[in-house]
Design a protein around this ligand. Structure first.
Ligand SMILES: [Zn+2]
Length: 155
């Protein structure tokens, strides 16, 4: 992840910190702090977590992060999700059914802030079960892969 995006998340207070003491090696009493930026879930499956796409690498202007607030960022992620769903990659986090862009869109992209910072897709009807399915997830144990590329150049 580019430092610019990392700093943007820091500015918005969206970085999680995990303090790890290297207990196995007592001769080095160093403390490691690992940082986790928000992630994206195409489904609840382990292999479907993605690093957050960087607007600049997806076609937004070079200086866009300076001007973006959190709502703009939600909008960017939402548009990325729309492309992912159109490509058949998105599933409801709760019921795991594949989502589509049909005429009456029954799903929403939500940003969860309990247990971890993560954008995910969920049916409106499934939302009430979301907390149950997030419970006990540790963001530092989630391996996220690079996000699929979609050209999101704003013309
Ligand atoms: Zn569902």
């Amino acid at each position: 992840m580019r430092n610019e995006l990392l700093s943007w998340f820091a500015r918005e207070g969206l970085l999680l910190h995990d303090v790890v003491t290297a207990a196995e090696e007592p001769e080095y009493d160093e403390i490691k702090v690992s940082v986790k930026a928000p992630i994206i879930a195409l489904s609840r499956a382990h292999e479907d977590f993605r690093e957050c796409p960087d607007p600049v690498l997806f076609g937004y202007p070079e200086s866009c992060l300076d001007m973006m607030n959190i709502d703009d960022f939600h909008q960017f992620v939402y548009e990325w999700f729309e492309q992912a769903v159109a490509a058949g990659l998105g599933r409801c986090f709760v019921c795991n059914k594949q989502l589509d862009m049909g005429t009456e869109k029954p799903w929403d992209a939500v940003f969860v802030t309990t247990e971890m910072y993560c954008w995910l897709l969920v049916h409106f009807d499934c939302k009430r079960y979301l907390n149950r399915d997030l419970k006990g997830r540790n963001p530092f144990e989630v391996t996220s892969h690079p996000p699929e590329f979609f050209d999101m150049h704003v013309s």
